[in-house]
Design a protein around this ligand. Structure first.
Ligand SMILES: [Zn+2]
Length: 322
């Protein structure tokens, strides 16, 4: 954990980093333990797309989903997913829901990375990113700002669809506040709790990941995140540092232009679902990562598959996986 915290504080000591409309420097390369137990990414075919039209004939009885990860968190995930999919209404029957959850299996022995999108949800961008994720049966984490949910049914429906697709909704404060500039812990607590409430009211999803705008953290943040059952999630790879060209964003994910750091198993990848060009970037990034053998999982799933596990209040940049 000291390794992770050290990496986090290196971020604090580094000049600003790109997040939202703020120009920020590239992330420090986190120190990582050797990953002897992990096999290098294999070249595999792109998984079958699941965005097929609704079948005209009823689906055959679905077998009981067999968890690929034999852990309590995985069963908890599947139970929660069933309710979230039911609430979204995207599946016609319980059997269809079971089949959808089964398609979201995780193989803990294969490489995985977490795509994360900050500052949304934004209609016309976030929903189109969800289209791509659904097409490839991939998942991501969306760090949202709470104010976007206020009196906006479209945004709420996008968030409901995201969680029904197995994506994670994380907390990115109510108004994208730099928490280091808020005056006291009461204000910091309020922006976190109000955002969690907006997420839960819209989707039924309980946020478990918090990303501070700009990656700016202090001890208050870790304390407040622990208080709300959330981990503090930074990133280890960034796609769109001052970059708007989809091809170059995808190249940044593979290899950071600023420091040459290459994508690794366990990386948390920073992106933003604020501009349409990101949709085009995601159309490149997702199939590329799948072809390289990576599973695209949520941050919470990634942390649960890691050596350290998911610990509320802790700060994470990337993970050494089992
Ligand atoms: Zn942001």
């Amino acid at each position: 954990m000291r390794r992770v915290l050290t990496a986090a504080f290196m971020i604090l000591l580094t000049a600003a980093f790109f997040c939202g409309c703020t120009v920020l420097p590239p992330p420090p390369e986190p120190s990582r333990a050797p990953q002897a137990a992990r096999m290098p990414p294999e070249r595999t075919a792109v998984p079958a797309r699941r965005s097929t039209p609704r079948l005209e004939t009823p689906l055959p009885p679905s077998p009981t989903p067999v968890p690929r990860v034999n852990a309590p968190w995985y069963r908890e995930r599947n139970t929660a997913l069933f309710s979230l999919i039911q609430r979204d209404g995207c599946c016609a029957s319980d059997a269809e829901i079971d089949a959808a959850i089964e398609r979201m299996y995780i193989d803990p022995d294969k490489p995985m990375v977490a795509l994360t999108f900050d500052d949304g949800p934004i209609p016309g961008v976030t929903d189109r990113i969800l289209d791509v994720l659904e097409q490839y049966n991939a998942r991501a984490t969306f760090f949202v700002c709470g104010w976007r949910f206020r009196d906006n049914d479209h945004v709420k429906s996008i968030a409901r669809r995201a969680v029904a697709l197995g994506c994670e909704i994380g907390n990115h404060t109510w108004g994208h506040e730099d928490l280091q500039k808020l005056h006291n812990i009461v204000e910091k607590r309020r922006t976190l709790k109000d955002t969690n409430k907006a997420i839960f009211d819209a989707t039924g999803f309980v946020a478990r990941s918090f990303r501070p705008p700009g990656g700016h953290i202090d001890w208050d943040i870790n304390h407040l995140a622990r208080e709300s059952g959330m981990a503090v999630v930074l990133w280890s790879q960034s796609g769109n540092v001052n970059e708007t060209d989809p091809e170059k964003i995808a190249q940044n994910v593979q290899k950071q232009a600023v420091n040459g750091r290459e994508l690794q198993d366990g990386d948390i990848i920073l992106l933003h679902d604020t501009k349409p060009y990101m949709v085009n970037a995601v159309e490149i990034i997702v199939p590329q990562l799948l072809e390289e053998g990576y599973q695209l999982v949520t941050v919470w799933e990634l942390l649960n598959c890691s050596e350290e596990g998911f610990v509320p209040g802790e700060t994470y940049c990337c993970q050494t996986l089992h």
